[in-house]
Design a protein around this ligand. Structure first.
Ligand code: DGY
Length: 323
């Protein structure tokens, strides 16, 4: 039997690319250049499987051309709001993602941002590298204590829970949770967490708010000007979920006018473009979408895609099917 023809849209860890080439008829993107919508339309007619990732846009228009050859989009990453899953479903194309394997590293990056912004680590490093440090003094770069503070987690799936694990057991933080559905009491009990009904209930009570909900149209600008105004002026916002969840314009206003104390962002609305108002805000820590960026996790994500692909082409249900 011919091996399924597979397109990988970006460079992947070498170990995964090698294993994939052994099992599938693979075209790799050697140049690592993002594909255009037109490239995707064409690829749909030539490949049995396409392996996209967060930098690829697959809106409904990509699925409109003739009868597709593609039967599965095996996404490299847990978030899939860049794929119009309804349009894929309508064409009979399966979609899978890679949950679990990146929860710990993504929560690690959320902790990194929280500690950096609270302890003014970015400001301190900039000062030191630019030769502006005049030495220790009792009033220098005074930050906010993280240990024992209250953390609000919006979205209590795997990554939200990994965040609670770190914050509660590592830093003795009190955990409040807001989630679309009711979280099982035994899960909340694990972190001594309390679920509140709405985001409006959560925000005014927190010293830190960390976003771990999905992106996509339903959560676009979930954190807007009105909700930012509900946060304490001493509180910090952390986003490692998806850029579109936060209204960047409203956040920039809150940071510049000091209606919140600071923020840490790993994701942005129009990556890799960052609005100037954010770039120049000193009370903001910015990272270039590093949540899952460890060798261990990026390899695990790739192998998870391979498991999904293999199951699909062997006629089994892929474990991570989302459409
Ligand atoms: C994801 O998996 O959705 C991340 O944003 C990229 O690792």
């Amino acid at each position: 039997m011919n091996k399924p023809k597979v397109l990988v849209t970006r460079r992947w860890p070498q170990a995964v690319e090698a294993r994939m080439a052994a099992n599938f008829d693979v075209d790799l993107n050697q140049a690592d250049k993002p594909l255009t919508e037109a490239d995707f339309r064409e690829a749909m007619t030539r490949y049995d499987a396409i392996l996209p990732t967060v930098t690829d846009r697959l809106p409904a228009t990509v699925f409109e051309a003739g009868t597709p050859r593609t039967r599965i989009l095996a996404n490299y990453g847990v978030g899939f709001s860049h794929i119009d899953t309804e349009a894929a479903r309508a064409r009979g194309i399966a979609v899978t993602n890679t949950p679990d394997v990146l929860s710990e590293c993504t929560a690690d990056i959320a902790m990194t941002l929280m500690l950096m912004v609270a302890r003014r680590a970015g400001e301190g490093e900039r000062e030191l590298r630019e030769g502006r440090w005049s030495g220790w003094r009792p009033t220098h770069l005074i930050g906010t204590k993280v240990s024992g503070a209250t953390l609000g987690i919006i979205g209590f799936g795997r990554i939200g829970q990994a965040m609670a694990q770190r914050a509660h057991f590592g830093f003795g933080m009190k955990i409040l949770v807001q989630n679309r559905s009711a979280v099982a009491p035994e899960v909340l009990a694990r972190y001594n967490a309390v679920q509140v009904p709405t985001i409006e209930d959560l925000l005014p009570q927190c010293d830190f708010v960390s976003l771990h909900c999905p992106g996509g149209a339903a959560n676009r600008h979930l954190i807007n000007a009105r909700r930012l105004d509900l946060m304490k002026p001493t509180a910090f916002l952390i986003n490692t979920a998806r850029g579109e969840v936060v209204d960047e314009h409203a956040l920039a206003q809150s940071l510049w006018f000091g209606t919140i104390a600071g923020a840490g962002l790993d994701v942005f609305e129009r990556e890799p473009a960052i609005p100037d108002a954010l770039l120049h805000a000193d009370n903001l820590v910015l990272l270039p979408h590093l949540g899952s960026a460890t060798r261990e996790t990026r390899e695990a994500m790739g192998f998870r895609v391979l498991e999904n692909l293999t199951a699909f082409f062997e006629g089994r249900e892929p474990q991570d099917r989302v459409a």
